[in-house]
Design a protein. Structure first.
Length: 397
């Protein structure tokens, strides 16, 4: 399939095309300018690409329902997750875990996150070359969320492998691969047997807390607890791993900005924000329409699927000056990277903390490095953008 036409033909956006994964931004621009309520008949979805339209849709859950899941192809046989629910159940379940992820609670985790960062980073410094994803950024977020969930270190590598497999798509193909299906089954079975163990021996982790929690006098169903395990392990790991990879890649491409951060590390928090705006690891979220919606001269019918292209909205010239320029000194501004409204990212404070601490530690020890672009490998998923492999040579000063 051709993923976008010549300038004279209408734009075509296919979220499963590998070419799109390589460079979605030129197609996004055409969508914003020429087809802001874009319809892909072949795949049967609409796409909103402008900042304001996405922002409005995120605040209107009554119209843009999450009940079909955030993946265009739906959430399949996954256990029920708050990210794929509407109120009132979503609000009630989210409340059970939200206290663990408040900015204040997360700020208290900084010494722990820094210690884990150093644990993974320091042994790499004597090596001339590393794979930033395999050796560092794939491990840190998984360990942070695993400690919160009470998952032992010995199980983390296989959980990460399963969640990677689940996201992968073959070129042009929306289906979860057979290996991905097997991985999903493995994840469910792993946590199901874990629930049994924890009922016998409760700990002070998030999952044990959910086992004891009640909503309106009733305990949660097992599959709802499994849904939390599934969601937190995937959301807590994939997006942050890829965000860190995108950050070191962009800072390699922009050495003057990297040097600025090395000289003035207090700017790193803003740099994390700019990475999430400029090249977000979460590119899009799906919704289902609960009523007909008239937008930009077209009617999107009730029951159709709509995708919100956050990665496009964050490059919208209507919302950002010099939207296509990566600039870590950009004044703080609202972006779509962590979402808005009732589903706003539960782990945003944690992701920001991990991003800042990891970049502080990496840049203070590895101020200069070379990325081997030929060895880089992209993740192929319509939702998640980032690298599966990022080979890096550490330069000695
Ligand atoms: C750079 C890293 C991250 C990015 C870019 C990101 C992005 C997002 C976005 C855009 C949403 C909104 C989904 C929607 O509206 O349908 C979301 C929801 C969510 N995120 Fe994150 N996320 C990140 C890290 C994390 C982490 C570390 C956690 C771990 C706890 C996490 C847990 C969640 C959960 C549980 C939801 C669903 C909330 C709900 O439906 O009420 N995220 N995330």
């Amino acid at each position: 399939m051709v993923y976008f036409g010549r300038m004279s033909s209408p734009p075509v956006y296919d979220p499963y095309a590998y070419e799109i994964h390589d460079d979605p931004y030129s197609v996004y621009k055409r969508l914003r300018d020429e087809a802001p309520a874009y319809h892909n008949r072949e795949r049967g979805f609409w796409a909103l690409s402008r900042f304001q339209d996405i922002y409005d849709a995120m605040h209107d859950w009554q119209t843009y329902s999450s009940h079909g899941g955030v993946a265009l192809e739906g959430s399949g046989k996954a256990p029920p997750m708050i990210i794929a629910m509407d109120p009132p159940r979503q609000v009630k379940l989210r409340r059970l875990v939200s206290s663990v992820f408040t900015p204040r609670r997360v700020a208290q985790m900084e010494p722990h996150v820094r210690a884990l960062t150093r644990k993974h980073l320091l042994p790499l410094l004597d090596r001339g070359a590393i794979d930033f994803i395999d050796d560092f950024s794939g491990k840190l977020p998984m360990e942070v969320i695993s400690v919160m969930l009470g998952v032992p270190e010995s199980d983390q590598a296989k959980l990460r492998q399963w969640s990677d497999l689940l996201l992968h798509r073959e070129p042009g193909n929306p289906s979860v691969t057979p290996a991905g299906m097997e991985a999903a089954g493995n994840l469910v079975r792993y946590f199901a047997s874990d629930l049994h163990r924890r009922r016998q021996q409760p700990g002070d982790d998030v999952i044990s807390g959910l086992l004891a929690a009640e909503v309106e006098g009733e305990r949660l169903a097992d599959d709802e607890i499994l849904g939390f395990c599934f969601l937190l392990i995937i959301a807590g790991n994939e997006t942050t791993t890829k965000m860190l990879g995108n950050a070191v890649y962009l800072l390699w491409k922009h050495p003057e900005q990297r040097q600025l951060l090395v000289r003035e590390p207090r700017r790193i928090a803003d740099a994390v924000e700019e990475v999430v705006r400029f090249d977000n690891s979460t590119q899009m979220l799906a919704r289902v329409l609960t009523r007909d919606v008239d937008l930009h001269g077209t009617t999107m019918p009730k029951g159709d699927r709509v995708i919100l292209l956050l990665g496009s909205g964050n490059r919208d010239e209507r919302a950002f000056e010099r939207a296509d320029q990566f600039d870590v000194t950009r004044p703080a501004q609202q972006h779509l990277g962590f979402g808005f409204g009732i589903h706003v990212c539960l782990g945003a404070s944690l992701a920001r903390l991990e991003g800042r601490v990891a970049l502080e530690e990496v840049l203070s020890r590895i101020p200069d490095y070379e990325i081997d672009e030929r060895g880089m490998e992209r993740v192929h998923s319509p939702n998640v953008r980032g690298y599966a492999h990022l080979p890096m040579r550490l330069r000695r000063s």
